[in-house]
Structures are given as C-alpha cells and as structure tokens.
Design a protein around this ligand. Sequence first.
Ligand code: PBG
Length: 339
Amino acid sequence: MVGLTGRAVASAPMGFPERRPRRLRTTPAMRRLVAESRLSVDDLVAPLFVKEGIDAHEPVGSMPGVAQHTVASVTAEARALADLGVPALILFGVPEEKDARGSGADHANGIVQTAVRSIRDAVGDSLVIMTDDCLDEFTDHGHCGILRPDGVVDNDATLERYASIAISQADAGADVIAPSGMMDGQVGAIRAALDASGHADTAILAYSAKYASALYGPFRDAAECAPQFGDRRGYQMQAGNGREAIEETALDLEEGADMVMVKPAIAYLDVIAALRAAFDVPVAAYHVSGEYAMVKAAAERGWIDGDAVALEHLLAIKRAGADFILTYLAREMAETLGA
Ligand code: PBG
C-alpha cells in the first residue's frame, strides 16, 4: 500500500495500521497544536457601507447584521472594530445623486471622502482604511465605468475617472485604494495618479481576479448599484477560467499593485491557491455578500449551524492560501475569536 506522500505504508501483523493519524486528533489541545491553518482577528477586513442623506442607519434586508451607515454610525462601527483588534476596513459609498459619469465618486466632500476623514479622526492609525475605487455605486446606469454610446463600458475613459477617484480618496486619508472595476490598465493608471499627486505611500489592493458572479446580489442591494441594463460579463472574469487569473494578476503586479485579491472566495479556492503559489505578495480573498447571505439564510431556517459554517468558510479560505479576508463576518468573528 502507498500513502499520500508516496511512501510505502506498512501494515502490522493482523492488518492493523502502524500509522495512526487519529493520535493527533485526541484532544482540543492536541488539535490546536497540529493545526495547519488558523483564523485570527488579524486576518479580517470589514466591508462597510456608508450612505449619503440618511438620518439613521438602515439594515440591509438580504444581509442580516449589515447596515447602510450614516457617517456617524460608520464611524462608531469603525471604533468598535478597532477596539476588537480588527486591522482594516473597506468603505463603499452610496451617494444621494447619481449621474452618467459618477460625479460623486471623486468629490472632495463625497460620501466616501467624508467618511474616511471622520473615521481617521476617531481611530487614528489603529485601522487601515481601504476604499473601493469604482463607479457602479455612483453611476445612474449602474455600470463600473463610463459608457460609450453603444452601451459598452469605455475602458480608457474609465481609467481617467478611477485615477481621479484614487487621488480624492488618498487626499481624504485612505491608506489603501482598491480598484474593483476590472478595467485593463486600472492599477497602472491609479499608481501613476497617486505618485504624481504626492501619494507615493498610498498602497493599491487590486481586485485582480474578480469574477462575474451571481453571488454579488445582496451587495447590489446594499450599495444600490445593480446594472440598469445588461450585466458585467464584458469586464469581469468568467467563472470557468483559472489560468486567466494568473495573467490578470501578473499584469496588476507589473502595473504596481501591492496586494492582490480573488473574489468571490469559496467557489474560487483553487484560484486563491494558484495565486498563492505563483506570487509572493499578500493575497486577499473577498468572502462576498452572497456567500454571507447563504450562510445567514440557511442558519435562520435552522438548516445549518451558521457560526460553525462561517468559521469553516473562513478557515478554508486561509487553508487555500489567503493572507487576509474581506468579510461581512468580521465583527462577529472578532467578537468570537477575542472572547
Ligand atoms: C463593484 C463591487 C461589487 C462588489 C464589490 N465591489 C459588485 C459588483 O461587481 O457587481 C461585490 C461585493 C460583494 O458581493 O460582497 N464596485
């Protein structure tokens, strides 16, 4: 008989096995000792939604436990996360007004910029503040870029918008700019803009392998950014492609990305593992809204133990090779892990 490592595995007389992996599973302490993957508060990044023009935060129906925040409530949430030891958050803005070019996205007093300044005031450097650099929350058509007359997203016109958004977010105090629109050349355009505007120290977390996924549905409720026509398949990757993720990531690194990301996570663990093997930069994974909603919905019905499945999901993402995880579970996980 041959074991997993290719060694011959001896059987003792009577056919009983000599190798007994179960010896290392006997007690909780033993299992802790031999654990290959661990989840810690340090692995967590909390995605937060902040909406302009509301007086009180509003729950997101399809994401139990997640809210559209006011600037005041998002700041309070950030403070709570910092107290729990969560190292980072990522902000998504929902503007009061939308137009074709997403004017609210790079406004000095836009909702994201205002929230960044307020959070920085409250928590100082104890949290890494990331901002999503994209247009879909800000455009009236809901696409991630500027549209050509035929309705197709114009790649290069969009790059100018992303560059301007990055500068305004960095001006407000963001530590990390995270472009999520999947335009070609977006990392290079943003890097150049940041460098030219005195923000050489602002980092870029590239959504390198972002798939056109049906798992973003609840996010589109939270960020009010569902495309008004068509879909995002003209710019986001198709589910069946794995090799292409390596190519996308290599391009982002050549263009100056400091960290890269795979999104969604659970359905793309092989992609996380492939990026981990191919590159040495930090690899992030985004456990997205649909992944979160599925766990919450099944748990609500009593069909699964939601807390246990949540932990299993996040641990699997770590095992696949992610260095950190963007997850709506961040706060409750931090509370559990810290307890
Ligand atoms: C686009 C963006 C999306 C998500 C993050 N950034 C939505 C999309 O591409 O349609 C989805 C995140 C999630 O589902 O949790 N700016």
